[in-house]
Design a protein around this ligand. Structure first.
Ligand SMILES: Nc1ncnc2c1ncn2[C@@H]1O[C@H](COP(=O)(O)OP(=O)(O)OP(=O)(O)O)[C@@H](O)[C@H]1O
Length: 255
């Protein structure tokens, strides 16, 4: 007899996407006109990686990010954070999920001017009534090298330092995923390089997951993967990019 025992199912966990869009479409209507900002996009954002989203102006980058982050809703299709489908949540559940599981970094820093750097960093945790994990907070502050600036108000900090506060704020609650919308758009190249270095460390050393919309090939060169959008569709991806590879690809697109 040559019975082969059925193999046991692999017990290793499946690599699950941290965020996911499934056949996502978004149509903006104004009067008679309709703009298809997202056209049937399916994408997995892998955990523990820095993913950049690139593409020409109007390609749908912000729309995709806002829909993935639950800041905007789809016309059709689904988005998930972990295994939670955002369309199944009430407004208050969605607000809670955003507060507890998602970090945001915006081009304009969005810090509160009357609060110190440290107060800004712990604000999201304070709003949800949680005490931040002090060990993690120390690691985050150390990662963005803000130790000697924590009592300063935003107006007393340079643009680069303000964005480092915003990076620390996004990391402080150890979110499942961080969305960064042109995080270096307002920075000179030196500060931009520093902020990108911190985002990279957050992924490589602190095992965070970051999605970043950017126009800048240098910024995108720090990513693990780039997703290229055009006319609301994914038209290409690139793993292990460098700024030069990105420039070459953009030239090939005729940008
Ligand atoms: N609130 C809105 N109402 C109507 N149309 C919109 C709205 N938001 C975006 N759009 C349109 O949807 C399309 C995609 O916009 P989106 O902002 O996602 O592009 P983008 O790739 O982020 O562009 P950019 O690089 O210029 O920021 C564009 O044609 C835009 O004009």
């Amino acid at each position: 007899m040559n019975h082969t025992a059925p193999r046991e199912e692999s017990v290793s966990p499946k690599i699950t996407a941290t965020a996911r869009a499934e056949r996502a479409s978004k149509i903006y209507r104004s009067g008679e006109a309709a703009v298809k900002a997202l056209d049937d996009v399916t994408i997995d954002i892998p955990a523990g990686r820095l993913t950049a989203i690139m593409g020409p102006s109007g390609a749908g980058k912000s729309t995709l990010m806002h829909c993935l982050a639950g800041l905007d809703t789809l016309t059709s299709g689904k988005v998930f954070i972990g295994d939670v489908e955002l369309g199944s949540l009430s407004d208050s559940q969605l607000t809670l999920l955003r507060r507890e599981r998602i970090g945001f970094i915006f081009q304009a820093f969005n810090l509160l001017p009357t609060l110190s750097a440290l107060e800004n960093i712990v604000l999201p945790a304070a709003l949800s009534g949680r005490k931040p994990d002090q060990g993690w907070l120390d690691t985050v502050v150390e990662t963005v090298r803000l130790g000697d600036r924590l009592s300063h108000r935003p107006s007393e900090l340079s643009g680069g330092q303000q964005q480092r506060v915003a990076v620390a704020r996004a990391l402080a609650s150890k979110p499942q995923i961080i969305f960064a919308d042109e995080p270096t758009g307002n920075l000179d190249s030196r500060s931009s390089g520093e902020v990108l270095g911190f985002l990279r460390r957050a992924v490589t050393e602190l095992e965070q997951t970051i999605v970043m919309v950017t126009h800048d090939p240098v910024a995108a060169g720090h990513a693990d993967t780039i997703v290229f959008l055009a006319d609301g569709r994914i038209v290409d991806t690139m793993d292990d990019p460098t700024a030069q590879k990105v420039l070459d690809r953009l030239k090939a697109f005729g940008e």
